[in-house]
Write a protein that binds this ligand. Structure first.
Ligand code: ZN
Length: 325
C-alpha cells in the first residue's frame, strides 16, 4: 500500500472527458517524478472516465519534459537502447511477419488500394517508404529533428502539428495515425479534423491498447505508459466510440483488436454524407455517443473498463493505492 502524497484531482482543475464530456473519474495509476516510466518532472496520474477513456492529469508543461517536450529527444533514444531483448524479439518477428510498418501498410492497401495518403506524425518517414510504392504520399511531423530526416529520404513533409495545419477539406483518400492519438490532449477533435480532410474513404489508427495483456500483466510498468508524453489512452471500445464521435464508421475487417494484442489497429471509414453531422458541435457528439451501443447510459451507473483497481482519495483526504500500482 502506497500513501498518496500529492495528486491533483482533474475535477478540481475543471477537466472534462474529451470523449463523453463526463466528470466521473477514477485513478488508474500514478507515478512519482523519479519513476523510470515517468519522463517528466511532474507527478501525474492516469485517470479513467466512466466511459472508459483514460487520460493523464496533470499534463506536464514543456519545462517539465526532456528537451522541452521534443519527442525525438536523446533521452527517448536512451530508453530504447536499454531494451536489448525486445529488439532481438522484434527482429525475429520482422523476419517472420514483416516489420510493423510493412504490416500496417499492407492493411491500408486492403482498405484503400490507391490515392493520396497523409501520414500524420510520420516521424522519420518509415511508413512513407513502403506506402510510396502505391500511394501519392505526404507526411506531417511537428518534430524538426524527425521531419528533417524524413525530407532527407525524399518525402514532402509538413513540419507542423495537425491542429495547426491548414489542409483543404476532402483532399486525401487515406489518413494514417500511427502512434499519434495517445500523444494528444483532445484526440476526438483531431479525428474530426481528419474526417474533414478525407474524401469518403478511410482512416487508420494504431496505438498502444489500454487493458491489453501487457497492461494487465505489468500494470503501471507497462511500456505503453510513456508518462508525460502519452496523454490519452484508448481501449478498443473507447477508440470505436471516438471514431464514431468524429463521424467515422469503425470497420470490422480488417481489424486487429484481438484479446492477445497490445496494439490496436482499428479502421474507420468516413461515414456516408447523411451521417456527417455527427462530426459537428459537441452537443450532437454527446447525443451520438449516448446512442453508441457500448456507451448507452454512460456516466456513473456504467461499470468502468477493466478489473477493480484502486481506491484513490484525493485532495483533502488521504488514500491508498495497491495492486502493484
Ligand atoms: Zn468519458
Amino acid at each position: 500500500m502506497v500513501e498518496v502524497a500529492e495528486l491533483r484531482d482533474p475535477r478540481a482543475d475543471g477537466r472534462r472527458c474529451t470523449l463523453c464530456g463526463g466528470e466521473t473519474f477514477r485513478l488508474l495509476h500514478h507515478w512519482d517524478p523519479d519513476h523510470p516510466r515517468n519522463v517528466s518532472t511532474a507527478a501525474p496520474g492516469y485517470w479513467q472516465c466512466a466511459c472508459g477513456l483514460a487520460f493523464l492529469h496533470p499534463v506536464p508543461g514543456p519545462d517539465q519534459l526532456p528537451d522541452h517536450g521534443e519527442w525525438w529527444s536523446s533521452r527517448r533514444k536512451l530508453i530504447i537502447r536499454r531494451r536489448r531483448f525486445k529488439r532481438l524479439r522484434a527482429r525475429v518477428q520482422n523476419w517472420l511477419f514483416g516489420t510493423p510498418v510493412d504490416r500496417l501498410i499492407r492493411q491500408v492497401r486492403r482498405v484503400q488500394p490507391a490515392g493520396r495518403l497523409l501520414d500524420i506524425g510520420c516521424g522519420r518517414g518509415e511508413p512513407l517508404a513502403p506506402a510510396a510504392r502505391q500511394y501519392q504520399c505526404d507526411g506531417m511531423e511537428p518534430s524538426p529533428v524527425a521531419a528533417k530526416e524524413a525530407r532527407r529520404r525524399g518525402f514532402r513533409v509538413l513540419e507542423t502539428t495537425f491542429e495547426s495545419a491548414s489542409i483543404p477539406s476532402a483532399s486525401y483518400d487515406v489518413a494514417v495515425l500511427d502512434s499519434v492519438l495517445e500523444h494528444l490532449p483532445d484526440p476526438v477533435y483531431v479525428l474530426r479534423q481528419v474526417n474533414r480532410i478525407l474524401k469518403p474513404e478511410g482512416v487508420v489508427v494504431k496505438l498502444p491498447k489500454l487493458w491489453g495483456p501487457s497492461h494487465r500483466r505489468h500494470r503501471r510498468e507497462w511500456n505503453g505508459f510513456r508518462v508525460g508524453c502519452h496523454l490519452t489512452m484508448f481501449s478498443g471500445r473507447t477508440l470505436d466510440a471516438a471514431l464514431e464521435a468524429a463521424g467515422f464508421t469503425p470497420l470490422r475487417r480488417p481489424r486487429r483488436d484481438r484479446p492477445l494484442d497490445d496494439i490496436l489497429v482499428v479502421w474507420g471509414r468516413k461515414a456516408p454524407l447523411r451521417h456527417r453531422g455527427s462530426c459537428g458541435p459537441p452537443g450532437r457528439v454527446r447525443r451520438g455517443l449516448r446512442a453508441h451501443k457500448g456507451l448507452a447510459n454512460t456516466a456513473c451507473q456504467r461499470r468502468f473498463d477493466g478489473p477493480p483497481l484502486l481506491e484513490a482519495r484525493i485532495g483533502g483526504y488521504h488514500g491508498t493505492l495497491g495492486g502493484g500500482s
